[in-house]
Design a protein around this ligand. Structure first.
Ligand SMILES: [Zn+2]
Length: 333
């Protein structure tokens, strides 16, 4: 058993309370390799932003659970080396599917876990979440739960259709499960194809898809029922069109990839939404830089040659999100 406190990590309790009160949101960036982690830590250290390092079950499988845990420990030390005296870094399990997965993460140094019982019947979701909460709270680990179903594909999580969270259920769910934060469904979705062309309108000038707006009415109803309670948005990449265009201009094929417009995320960050999950934008930033590099430098084969611009491009994206979308810069001085 390793406590996250020994690793220099923090749980989400205090940072969420501050974020809700301060009208900003904490970035939750997924990672599964060294370059992503370096870029996240560099961006967070430079902007002094609290940050949530997110690991999905698929990422644990890809990178190895032991290695990822030590990478997070290394991230804290790296942040200090970069001049961030008191780094506020959370290591969080994204979409934990069973009690056992959550327990294994808690036992190996995670400071926060998500138990995703959203596909279960309501009462079973409460029972499973409660079981995880009871275990996690013994070690001061915070727990995110989910109510409502998000569409799209994210590692091993997938659903064809989304179902908005029912505001009338949130008080009962939060009270009985004891969760520390709640992911709700208001129209965001996983992956780089968040909406089908049929769900969108098309900008006549650019030919690009314009996605339907998020269901802010649901969010506001949830906020009214649970004042000050930390709300989480999954699937909140914006799918920057310049990255998609770069990918497509250099041999890629991502037709009609579309995300959540940043102005809507900015609005959400000012509300009780205190954690915004971003994964696809990092994948796109990395892929765009690598494709461009290979196209322009066909003779290169040293991974450092193409991973350096990839890392720089991800860092730029992370800093942009922190400063211009979430407003978390300077909140962890
Ligand atoms: Zn998710």
């Amino acid at each position: 058993m390793v406590s996250y406190k020994q690793l220099g990590l923090v749980n989400t309790r205090e940072m969420f309370a501050k974020a809700v009160a301060g009208g900003y949101a904490i970035p939750a960036f997924n990672f599964n390799n060294m370059e992503q982690l370096q870029a996240i830590i560099q961006a967070s250290a430079e902007t002094k932003s609290p940050v949530i390092l997110q690991v999905s079950k698929g990422a644990r499988k890809y990178a190895n659970a032991t290695l990822l845990r030590y990478m997070a420990e290394g991230a804290v030390e790296y942040a200090k080396e970069l001049g961030w005296e008191k780094p506020q870094i959370v290591l969080h399990l994204d979409h934990g599917d069973t009690f056992e997965t959550c327990k294994s993460c808690i036992d190996s140094g995670f400071s926060s876990v998500m138990i995703d019982g959203s596909s279960l019947p309501y009462e079973e979701n409460i029972a499973l979440t409660k079981k995880v909460v009871e275990y996690a709270h013994q070690f001061d680990v915070t727990v995110e739960a989910e109510l409502g179903v998000l569409a799209g594909v994210e590692d091993e999580v997938s659903a064809a259709e989304s179902h908005y969270t029912k505001p009338e259920e949130v008080i009962d769910f939060a009270t009985r499960s004891g969760c520390d934060s709640l992911a709700i469904s208001i129209g965001t979705s996983h992956g780089a194809y968040k909406f089908t062309p049929e769900q969108c309108t098309r900008d006549p000038k650019t030919g690009k898809l314009v996605p339907p707006p998020l269901a802010f009415s649901v969010l506001h109803e949830v906020e009214a029922k649970l004042p000050g309670f930390p709300i989480v948005l999954h699937g909140s990449s914006s799918v920057p069109q310049e990255e998609v265009d770069t990918i497509n201009a250099h041999g890629g094929k991502l037709p009609d990839a579309v995300g959540i417009p940043e102005e809507q995320l900015r609005e959400a960050a000012k509300s009780a939404v205190c954690k915004i999950n971003i994964d696809s934008d990092s994948r796109l930033a990395m892929t765009a830089a690598i494709r461009k590099h290979f196209d322009e430098n066909p003779g290169h084969f040293d991974p450092r040659q193409y991973l350096t611009p990839a890392r720089d491009n991800m860092k730029k994206m992370y800093m942009h999100k922190i400063v211009n979308v979430l407003g978390s810069n300077g909140k962890a001085e």
